[in-house]
Write a protein that binds this ligand. Structure first.
Ligand code: ATP
Ligand code: MG
Length: 346
């Protein structure tokens, strides 16, 4: 049977990109009952690799991310939610994997390249950050996970993990399982752009609508969103491609939303056609998007506010999840060490 693993860096609250790119899918997988195990990891060690000077942010974000999880419908009875740093076996596994990967292979990893650029590291890249694909391989393989639901930016990571698994299994013994990345069903959800329209929505870039944003914040953020720069007057023809407002509609809008909030149109195709012809102002489209997002995020926010009243419960849940996960990681590490022949005392 299949084993699922995914995770997030506790570098801030979770946003719409996480929601469409990963969280929604996780909840579906969890509730389908088709999977032997589902592991959800809060990757605090990975977050430290580019935030060593900002422990406070990581600490605070831990519970924020956990609240986002539960508010979206992850259920600790069905999914094992755990904290990376509470499982030292993961670091030990990473250390052995470091011998199976070359520096030039890491330098060629497109996600690492891109993230180094995004963070402006230039030449001063922390070694821990540079090697995070290796630690990610440890996280996945420690649980023998074969299904990894992720956004598009993570594909090179999964590829790197597969290579490490093959090296290990060939060099020593068939112990590890090769994972497969599972992307969202559509391209937009794999890489939701930020409010700036330029980059992917990312905590580190501050171009996000957060799941926990107040209804006022959501409205303001949508109002100030980037649209089509050539659509100056209402009567001008507009472009719907590369226009974040329409990209968000592609990700969230269903026909039922027209019936509920804008009965003048039947569906998104009709709305787009009107925008392209001209005569449709951005503010009307933004108002519609606002209705849709408010409707989607309200129940999540309300559940989150309820859960936030009992933080000790959240930490207890994380502790129990981490204890459960540690047993599994220890077992895999034992198998690995036997395969490598470094179980000296047995
Ligand atoms: P950071 O800026 O700290 O890296 P992030 O916003 O990129 O944060 P991560 O914790 O790195 O978030 O990513 C967690 C998961 O969410 C990954 O599977 C990633 O592919 C997915 N994801 C992140 N951003 C988006 C996005 N804009 N659209 C779709 N999926 C996303
Ligand atoms: Mg990221």
């Amino acid at each position: 049977m299949d084993i699922v693993l995914t995770g997030d860096r506790p570098t801030g609250r979770l946003h719409l990109g996480h929601y469409v790119g990963s969280l929604k899918r996780r909840v579906e997988l969890q509730n389908s009952g088709k999977y032997e195990k589902i592991y959800i990891m809060i990757a605090d060690m990975q977050a430290l690799s580019d935030n060593a000077d900002n422990i406070e942010k990581i600490r605070n974000s831990l519970s924020e991310v956990a609240l986002d999880y539960l508010a979206c419908g992850l259920n600790p009875q069905k999914s094992t939610i755990f904290i990376q740093s509470q499982i030292p076996e993961l670091s030990e596994i990473s250390f052995y994997y470091m011998n199976l990967v070359t520096v030039s292979r890491l330098q060629r990893n497109p996600t690492v390249k891109n993230e180094i650029q995004m963070r402006g590291f230039k030449q001063s890249i922390p070694v821990g950050f540079f090697t995070y694909p290796i630690s990610q391989a440890a996280d996945i393989t420690a649980f023998k996970a074969n299904i990894i639901p992720v956004g598009e930016d993570q594909l090179p990571m999964i590829e790197q993990t597969r290579e490490i698994v093959r090296s290990f299994n060939t060099l020593y013994k068939e112990v590890l399982v090769e994972p497969t990345a599972v992307l969202p069903n559509n391209q937009i959800c794999s890489r939701l752009p930020g409010l700036d329209g330029a980059n992917k929505m990312s905590k580190s870039l501050g171009n996000c609508i957060y799941l926990s944003d107040s209804s006022d914040d959501i409205k303001k953020k949508i109002q100030s969103m980037f649209t089509d720069p050539t659509h100056l007057r209402v009567e001008d023809p507009g472009h719907t491609e590369n226009n974040p407002v329409f990209i968000y509609l592609d990700a969230f809008c269903e026909d039922k939303h027209f019936a509920a909030f804008w009965p003048e149109y039947q569906n998104l195709d009709e709305l787009k056609a009107h925008y392209r012809r001209g005569g449709l102002g951005d503010s009307k489209v933004k108002k519609f998007l606002n209705e849709i997002l408010q409707n989607e995020l309200r129940p999540i926010r309300e559940k989150r506010e309820e859960l936030a009243k009992d933080l000790p419960y959240i930490f207890d849940m994380l502790k129990q999840g981490s204890e459960k996960a540690r047993i599994v990681a220890t077992q895999t590490l034992d198998e690995m060490k036997s395969a490598m022949g470094i179980n000296y005392y047995r």
